[in-house]
Write a protein that binds this ligand. Structure first.
Ligand SMILES: NC(=O)c1ccc[n+]([C@@H]2O[C@H](COP(=O)([O-])OP(=O)(O)OC[C@H]3O[C@@H](n4cnc5c(N)ncnc54)[C@H](OP(=O)(O)O)[C@@H]3O)[C@@H](O)[C@H]2O)c1
Length: 325
């Protein structure tokens, strides 16, 4: 599919990407990486107005040279020429998808915070815990929505995303529950075919995912293996799950601890052939999100005087391994 909403370029010429003034009800996507591209392309394909926000003029120029975003699904690429500006542009933002890594989220949101309309909806896609909370504290005027997603996408090149794993996204309010569901936003996701569910307890989902991640990803880095390789480290995984369950209980998240070890075993089996996201980050020399995953868990344990010696030892081993020249 060639999606040319703002260009009249003939089909045999590269489509021109033209920035349009931001429209009310438009989706703004901050972070045109793997997930940002996956969401932006599906929303635009459904006929919804989507506007990309790129970090600076150089990235905007690179986007223009790329001719748009490419989404690759089942080996088929589609081109989506979405309007884009850099973050320095003006204009109110009513709905924003923050699709940066956890360690970039605060700096990225700071660059557009002044443009957020009162009551603006801001979806935070970051993995782990800590960065979404920090962003929500920076935006008292907005309705921050936490997302926990099992969808998988990776970036083979700039402004391209491969949709690698169908999944599901849970969404819920960051703040105290009590607001009505954001029906217009959820209707857009439905229209775009983004599998999702609104939940009153997204915090529980985030803690559960954090625990799953802590039980699997660091060990795959240390043993240099696919997820399935952890079947050879059954006792170590079981010990970590017991500590993580204790930690979840200490953090008031007992529900998120129910059946944790069984689910970890199930994930290890079901994704045996996959490399974890942390493994892939390390392999490709990219920064990991460890501070928002295992680092966050160990800090939470420390603050609650919850003893998690194996988790702490795991973190120390991982930090040593990541800092090796
Ligand atoms: N990928 C997945 O399958 C997946 C699944 C579930 C959850 N997540 C989570 O989703 C989050 C995003 O992951 P991702 O894989 O999409 O990351 P990614 O491919 O690295 O993309 C991040 C994007 O954020 C942009 N960015 C960073 N700082 C920015 C700034 N100040 N202003 C504007 N843009 C900025 C980067 O821009 P440049 O291109 O200019 O560097 C990059 O395009 C992570 O927390 C990840 O753990 C990912």
């Amino acid at each position: 599919m060639r999606h040319l909403p703002f260009s009249n370029a003939p089909a045999d010429e590269p489509a021109r990407v033209v920035a349009e003034p931001s429209a009310a009800g438009s989706w703004h996507v901050l972070g045109a990486g793997s997930l940002g591209t996956l969401w932006a392309c599906r929303l635009a394909r459904a006929g919804l107005p989507v506007h990309l926000l790129l970090r600076n003029a150089a990235r905007l120029q690179a986007y223009r040279e790329a001719g748009g975003l490419r989404l690759i699904e089942d080996g088929q690429a589609s081109l989506h020429c979405l309007p884009a500006t850099d973050v320095a542009a003006d204009g109110p933002i009513a709905r924003l998808l923050l699709a940066c890594k956890a360690y970039d989220a605060q700096a990225a949101i700071a660059s557009v915070a002044a443009r957020l309309a009162p009551g603006a909806e801001v979806i935070l896609l970051q993995n782990g815990m800590g960065s979404q909370q920090a962003v929500a504290e920076m935006l008292p005027q907005a309705r921050c929505i936490y997302a926990s997603s099992t969808e998988g996408a990776y970036r083979p090149a700039d402004f391209q995303a491969v949709f690698a794993g169908q999944g599901f996204t849970w969404l819920g309010d960051a703040g105290p529950v009590g607001l009505a569901e954001p029906t217009a936003l959820l209707a857009d996701l439905e229209r775009a075919g983004i599998a999702h569910q609104w939940t009153a307890n997204v915090h529980s989902r985030l803690w559960r995912k954090l625990a799953l991640n802590c039980a699997i990803n660091p060990l795959t880095v240390l043993y240099g293996c696919r997820n399935g390789g952890l079947a050879d480290h059954h006792d170590e995984v079981a010990t970590l799950c017991a500590e993580l369950a204790r930690l979840l209980g200490a953090c008031g998240q007992a529900d998120a601890a129910l059946g944790l070890h069984q689910e970890v075993q199930r994930v290890i089996q079901a994704t045996a052939a996959n490399y974890s996201s942390m493994y892939q980050d390390v392999e490709q020399g990219r920064r990991t999100e460890i501070d928002y995953l295992l680092g966050y868990a160990c800090q939470a344990a420390l603050e609650r005087h919850c003893e998690v010696p194996h988790l702490q030892a795991l973190q120390a081993r991982l930090v040593r391994a990541l800092n090796k020249p």
